[in-house]
Design a binder for this molecule. Structure first.
Ligand SMILES: NC(=O)CC[C@H](N)C(=O)O
Length: 335
C-alpha cells in the first residue's frame, strides 16, 4: 500500500489512433481500423504500468488523428490544464494517432500552463499485430510522465524508445515504427531500462513560459496552408482568402522563396489584412527574414525553422493576441 502511494499519479487521456486500432489478424499492420479500443483496455493490456505509476484513464475522444480539429485541441488543452492544476496529478500521457501527433504536441507545448510532464504517445502497428509497438510505447510514456527528469522540458513525444521535443519532432516515414525523428535539431534522449536518459533541451520557450492563454477561447482564427511547387498558381490562395482565412502559411520551395506569379496575389491577400508566413516544404533549415523575399517591404513573416503545419499553429495562437507582423515575427523567434 505504501509503495503504491509513493508512485507518481499519471493520467492517461486517450484520443484514438493506431495505438487503439484493431486489424483482422496478427499480420495486418496497415489495412486496419484505428480508434476502436477504449482506454481501459489499453491500460489493462499493460499490467506493468501498475508497478511504475498509479494510472487512471479518461477517453477524451476516439478518432483517427487525421480528423483532429482546432476544436479537439481546445478541448484537450483545457482538460490538460485542469488536470495539471490538481495536486494529485503528477503527469499526463496522451494516446494519439500518429498522423498529427506533432501538431497536437506543438499546440499543447504553446498552451499548457504547467511544468509537469505531458507526454504524447502513439503506435505504428495496431494493437492486434505481432510485435505491436503500442504496449511498450505506452509503458515508456507513463514512466516518462511520472519522472522528475521530464519536468520543465515542454511537451514530449515518446515512441520507439526515443524522446523528442514537440517543436522539433516530425513524422518521417508513412508506416515504419522508427518514424518519429527530429532530423534537424536532434532528439532529446532515450527511454531505456525503466528510465529516461536526457541529453539536450530546446532553447525555445514552451508551456508555462508562453504568452498564450486558451482558457477563454472557443474558436481559433482560420489559418490555412498553400503548398509551393513549379508552375504554382493562385487558385488555392484565392480560395482560402475568400473562405475567410486570417492567416496563410506558404510551405514554399527551398528557403521559402515566392514564385514571380505568386507575389502579386500574396500582396493582395496581405492588403486585405491576411497575415502571410513564409515557411518551407523542405523540412529542414531556416527560412530567414528578408532572405529569399523582402519581408520588410512585403510585410510578411518568416517561419524560422518551423515546418508549415507547426507555423500554422503558432500563427493561429499569435493571431489571438495581435495582428502586428513585427510582434508575430518576434513570436516566431521565441517559440
Ligand atoms: N499510426 C497511426 O496512428 C496512424 C493512424 C491514423 N491515421 C491516425 O493518425 O490516427
Amino acid at each position: 500500500q505504501d509503495a503504491q502511494a509513493k508512485l507518481p499519479n499519471v493520467m492517461i487521456l486517450a484520443t484514438g489512433g493506431t495505438i487503439a486500432g484493431t486489424g483482422a489478424d496478427t499480420t495486418t499492420t496497415v489495412g486496419y481500423t484505428s480508434a476502436t479500443v477504449g482506454v481501459d483496455k489499453l491500460i489493462a493490456a499493460v499490467p506493468e504500468l501498475k508497478k511504475v505509476a498509479n494510472v487512471k484513464g479518461e477517453q477524451v475522444f476516439q478518432i483517427a488523428s487525421e480528423s483532429m480539429t482546432n476544436d479537439h485541441w481546445l478541448k484537450l488543452a483545457k482538460r490538460v490544464n485542469t488536470l495539471l492544476a490538481q495536486p494529485d496529478v503528477d503527469g499526463i500521457v496522451i494516446t494519439h494517432g500518429t498522423d498529427t501527433i506533432e501538431e497536437t504536441a506543438y499546440f499543447l507545448d504553446l498552451t499548457v500552463k504547467s511544468r509537469k510532464p505531458v507526454v504524447i504517445v502513439g503506435a505504428m502497428r495496431p494493437s492486434t499485430a505481432l510485435s505491436a509497438d503500442g504496449p511498450i510505447n505506452l509503458y515508456n510514456a507513463v514512466l516518462l510522465a511520472g519522472s522528475e527528469d521530464a519536468k520543465g522540458k515542454g511537451v514530449l513525444v515518446a515512441l520507439n524508445d526515443q524522446i523528442n521535443a514537440a517543436r522539433e519532432v516530425t513524422k518521417t516515414n508513412t508506416s515504419t515504427t522508427d518514424t518519429f525523428k527530429s532530423p534537424e535539431l536532434g532528439m532529446l534522449g532515450y527511454m531505456q531500462d525503466n528510465r529516461p536518459h536526457f541529453y539536450r533541451q530546446s532553447t525555445r520557450k514552451n508551456t508555462a513560459d508562453t504568452e498564450f492563454d486558451i482558457s477563454k477561447l472557443d474558436v481559433l482564427p482560420q489559418v490555412d496552408i498553400i503548398y509551393g511547387y513549379a508552375n504554382m498558381n493562385r487558385a488555392a490562395l484565392d480560395a482560402q482568402v475568400k473562405a475567410g482565412a486570417k492567416g496563410i502559411v506558404q510551405a514554399g520551395v527551398g528557403d521559402g522563396s515566392i514564385a514571380a506569379q505568386m507575389k502579386e496575389p500574396l500582396m493582395q491577400a496581405r492588403k486585405k489584412g491576411v497575415i502571410i508566413v513564409r515557411s518551407s516544404r523542405v523540412g529542414q533549415g531556416i527560412v530567414a527574414r528578408n532572405g529569399e523575399a523582402n519581408d520588410d517591404a512585403l510585410d510578411f513573416v518568416a517561419s524560422d525553422t518551423l515546418n508549415a503545419q507547426k507555423a500554422r499553429i503558432l500563427l493561429m495562437l499569435a493571431l489571438t493576441k495581435t495582428n502586428d507582423t513585427k510582434e508575430i515575427q518576434r513570436m516566431f523567434y521565441t517559440y
